[in-house]
Design a protein around this ligand. Structure first.
Ligand code: BTN
Length: 243
């Protein structure tokens, strides 16, 4: 299955993820459909945050995958594949991008793209997946947020459409080889591109601030940080990067 054979380009929508969810409810959604919007007026970020972006300057899109051949236990590998495709996309534009666990993309210690994956699970596998991506292209001002864009990093303007087509190409080339057999490779590509991997950095958990070293990510998606020589495992809301 390839994405992007059908692309729907909207001027304005609440959220491209919601738009896909609604089409899905109506039963009129083809596998691999991409929805792209110039403006989102209720864009969703991770952990119930908003995703704010200047209309027309960036890329905001979602795509739909049905009957993903991944067991529920391995759903994290989808996050890995999307993140790796984004890293490859930025590499193509000459940027050294890293994956800030679990799936933010950082360039020069600043966020350049974010991913929101909403999976519907059956008892054994991922039934449907809505994958939403916000990617900063031509925005220069981020109102105090620790964010950057392709323009700020390269001084080159790109159109959202050309970046979208490059992403589709990157994703499709990994997705066509995606199989159970490929999971170890996906995992090692993901880990080797992690932001702050093997570096002593500052983090905060429920016990307070500490210095630690990211060493690994488990198949469950938990982050492994070495702290005073011992490994600790963290879930999504359990750790803050102190940048
Ligand atoms: C994050 O980093 O918090 C995730 C951001 C995901 C934003 C994208 S923009 C397109 C899609 N539609 C949404 O409402 N959210 C995602």
């Amino acid at each position: 299955m390839q994405i992007g054979r059908k692309i729907i380009h909207l001027e304005s929508v609440d959220s491209t993820n919601n738009y896909i969810a609604n089409l899905l409810k109506e039963g009129i959604l083809e596998d691999g459909t991409v929805i792209l919007a110039d403006e989102q007026f209720a864009g969703k970020g991770q952990r119930n945050a908003e995703w704010l972006t200047k209309p027309g300057e960036n890329l905001t899109f979602s795509f739909f995958l049905s009957n993903v051949n991944l067991s529920v236990q391995n759903q994290y590998f989808l996050t890995c594949t999307v993140s790796i495709s984004l890293v490859q996309l930025f590499n193509k534009f000459g940027l050294d991008a890293k994956i800030k666990w679990p799936n933010d993309i950082y360039v020069n210690n600043k966020k350049i793209a974010g991913v929101l994956i909403e999976n519907q699970l059956s008892s054994s596998h991922i039934k449907n997946s809505i994958i939403g991506i916000g990617l900063n292209i031509n925005q220069r001002e981020f109102d105090g947020l620790n964010a950057t864009s392709i323009l700020l990093e390269t001084e080159a303007r790109k159109t959202p459409m050309e970046v979208l087509y490059s992403f589709i190409e990157m994703f499709n080339s990994s997705w066509k080889n995606f199989s159970q057999r490929m999971l170890p490779r996906v995992k090692s590509d993901y880990i080797s591109n992690l932001f702050q991997l093997n570096e002593l950095k500052n983090y905060e958990d429920s016990r307070g601030d500490f210095e630690g070293i990211i060493r690994n990510v488990l198949d469950s998606g938990h982050l492994v940080i070495e702290r005073n020589g011992e490994e600790q495992h963290y879930g999504l809301k359990e750790i803050v990067f102190k940048l």
